[in-house]
Design a protein around this ligand. Structure first.
Ligand SMILES: *[C@@H]1O[C@H](CO)[C@@H](O)[C@H](O)[C@H]1NC(C)=O
Ligand SMILES: *[C@@H]1O[C@H](CO)[C@@H](O)[C@H](O)[C@H]1NC(C)=O
Ligand SMILES: *[C@@H]1O[C@H](CO)[C@@H](O)[C@H](O)[C@H]1NC(C)=O
Ligand SMILES: *[C@@H]1O[C@H](CO)[C@@H](O)[C@H](O)[C@H]1NC(C)=O
Ligand SMILES: *[C@@H]1O[C@H](CO)[C@@H](O)[C@H](O)[C@H]1NC(C)=O
Ligand SMILES: *[C@@H]1O[C@H](CO)[C@@H](O)[C@H](O)[C@H]1NC(C)=O
Length: 544
């Protein structure tokens, strides 16, 4: 909530790190919170009835934006209370921003896949909290941490793999993961413990190391988490290092009889490169329910985000943590979602009459797929990321203010979209809240979404889109980066707008090229430009 609408707070910091003035995207916004998650009842915490009741009350209260850091596994829209509630909200002109989920990096994990939701993935920002792991062989590995404690003395300590501290009754695997009860204090005491990421919470590993008398912890990524390192408020001096650096540390331990290490005190660094890159946890496309709609739509900062925090629990959110902080640093698409919500608040203030779809289009078409090294945005294993990671790209709020053109949609377009999926009148009434008759012919391909996705291209397809001029009069020309093995024809190639609000329709023909044998998703981009605006849409195609 503080990320979306927090007021200005001077000298905010997390345990002294990241000091500065904190504020939300829409500072001085009026905010309301609706509690839908409660202590679990047979494993369920957030009940559909509560979620729908919250949407109803928020709509009644006349909110402008709903920031919904909430979602279940992807499921059919009629079976998804967040999708149904979101639909009711957008019918009232309320923009609904949702988290993509933290189930990455596997494909097809993205949640909140309805086209009327703005679905947000998580990427890094250019701020880090480095803490260097220095080994006895003088090698240095840059990790991150928010440990408020430094090592008791500025000297090297014995370094040990947690696997080698295995308690007699525990498995090597559990010891290496620094699970509760798996570490033998006799072997760990006074040493820096190297724990592997996975299974138990990162901060719990630190707690287990501390309980076993370790003086510090090096938290090493497994191969899955790659290059994604997270600054946590560990209870002991600790540094979280990436996978390749972790391997080097384990290799060093194996190579010498008396391995030693030192962990430098945490500092706050800004302007770090490359940034942004995708978080490994950020849920990924393709959309498993309607593959014709690209999800996520956008990415925003979701790693090590500083925001106001409850003082009902400690910064690690674990019972053992008795510390209390006013600001904490947390990662997840629950953190990236409210960044977009705050920006939506500003756009709503500028353009109170824009539809939720127009605001979403402005945010998507102005996003970037480039990082601060002028290179394509990477994933957490330093491989080029793509639309299934970030949708249209990383959000650029200033450009979203002046998008030039928008791809607009009204509530009836979304109902027709449901018709195109074969929804009958009973199912549609859950969304429309009154009888709705589907038109005879509707094409899912021509649904006026700001991205173009064809999951099953046979031969060729022509899709149409309509753009509305929201800038000054001007002439736009189409530029295409075609997906590998697919030809792309845009007709017409030039769109001339004489006034604000004018709409123009164009078609895009995608055709499988002769020698194209790739039966995997390939990616391209369509950009309409008047040399001031670059109205970009991802093109996502799979030939079958
Ligand atoms: C509805 O969602 C639940 C999980 O929330 C799932 O178990 C069930 O199979 C889904 N039903 C349909 C018809 O999709
Ligand atoms: C891992 O971290 C080190 C910094 O210690 C950095 O040089 C390296 O590029 C990172 N990523 C990979 C994939 O090695
Ligand atoms: C091993 O035994 C100790 C001492 O009885 C106990 O605290 C710990 O939980 C046990 N660990 C496992 C993995 O069973
Ligand atoms: C270090 O040695 C352990 C135990 O022999 C082994 O399991 C591990 O793979 C080794 N690690 C590296 C990086 O060589
Ligand atoms: C990065 O992308 C490569 C290639 O698609 C993939 O193999 C790898 O698992 C991805 N890593 C992460 C952390 O997403
Ligand atoms: C509408 O579809 C649902 C789900 O497939 C089905 O249970 C219901 O019987 C259908 N209703 C009508 C009136 O066809």
């Amino acid at each position: 909530l503080s990320t979306a609408g927090g007021n200005l707070v001077a000298k905010a910091s997390v345990l002294g790190f990241g000091q500065g003035t904190a504020k939300g995207g829409s500072p001085r916004a009026r905010v309301a919170a609706y509690k839908v998650c409660w202590p679990p009842v047979s494993g369920d915490e957030c009940f559909d009835a509560d979620i729908l009741a919250a949407f109803d009350v928020a709509i009644h209260d006349g909110v402008d934006v709903l920031s919904v850091s909430l979602g279940g596994d992807p499921t059919a829209f009629f079976n998804d209370s967040v999708a149904i509630g979101s639909f009711h909200a957008i019918k009232h002109g309320i923009v609904v921003v949702c988290s993509a989920g933290n189930s990455g990096p596997a494909d097809g994990t993205v949640s909140n896949i309805a086209p009327w939701q703005i679905t947000v993935g998580a990427s890094t920002m250019d701020r880090e909290f480095p803490s260097i792991v220095v080994l006895g062989n003088n090698m240095r590995y840059k990790g991150q941490s928010l440990s408020a404690k430094d090592l008791p003395d500025k000297k090297f300590y014995p370094l040990i793999s947690a696997a080698d501290t295995k308690a007699a009754n525990a498995s090597i695997e559990n010891a290496l993961l620094c699970q509760a009860g798996a570490i033998d204090p006799k072997k760990a005491s006074g040493k820096i413990l190297v724990c592997l990421r996975g299974q138990n919470a990162r901060v719990d590993k630190g707690q287990q190391a501390a309980l076993a008398g370790a003086v510090g912890m090096v938290l090493a990524n497994n191969i899955l988490s790659g290059n994604e390192i997270i600054a946590d408020a560990h209870v002991l001096p600790a540094s979280h290092i990436n996978y390749t650096d972790g391997l080097a540390v384990f290799t060093y331990i194996n190579s010498t009889k008396y391995p030693t290490a030192y962990i430098t005190p945490v500092t706050t660094q800004i302007g770090t490169k490359p940034a942004p890159f995708m978080a490994a946890f950020s849920s990924k496309g393709p959309n498993t329910i309607t593959p014709e709609i690209l999800k996520p739509d956008i990415t925003a900062p979701g790693v090590s985000v500083i925001a106001a925090y409850t003082e009902a629990q400690g910064p690690t959110n674990e019972d053992f943590d008795k510390r209390r902080v006013q600001f904490n640093c947390v990662s997840g698409t629950s953190m990236s979602c409210p960044h977009v919500s705050g920006i939506v608040g500003l756009l709503k203030t500028l353009y109170p009459n824009w539809s939720p779809a127009a605001i979403k289009s402005a945010i998507m078409t102005s996003a970037t797929t480039w990082d601060n090294m002028k290179e394509p945005i990477l994933n957490a294993s330093t491989i080029k990321a793509g639309p299934f990671n970030y949708g249209a790209g990383h959000i650029q709020p200033n450009l979203a203010m002046d998008p030039g053109l928008v791809y607009d949609l009204a509530a009836t377009d979304y109902l027709n979209f449901l018709c195109s999926l074969g929804y009958n009148e009973t199912l549609i009434s859950m969304f429309s809240e009154k009888p709705y008759k589907c038109p005879k012919r509707i094409s899912l391909a021509n649904f006026n979404y700001p991205s173009i996705t064809v999951p099953n291209l046979v031969g060729s397809i022509t899709v149409t889109r309509t753009v509305k001029n929201v800038g000054s009069p001007g002439s736009y020309r189409a530029q295409v980066q075609r997906p590998t093995g697919i030809s792309v024809q845009v007709k017409p190639k030039k769109l001339k707008f004489k006034k604000v609000g004018e709409e123009k329709t164009f078609s895009v023909t995608l055709k499988v090229m002769k020698a194209h044998a790739v039966k995997e998703y390939v990616f391209g981009q369509l950009i309409w430009s008047d040399h001031v605006h670059y109205v970009s849409s991802p093109i996502v195609v799979k030939a079958v």
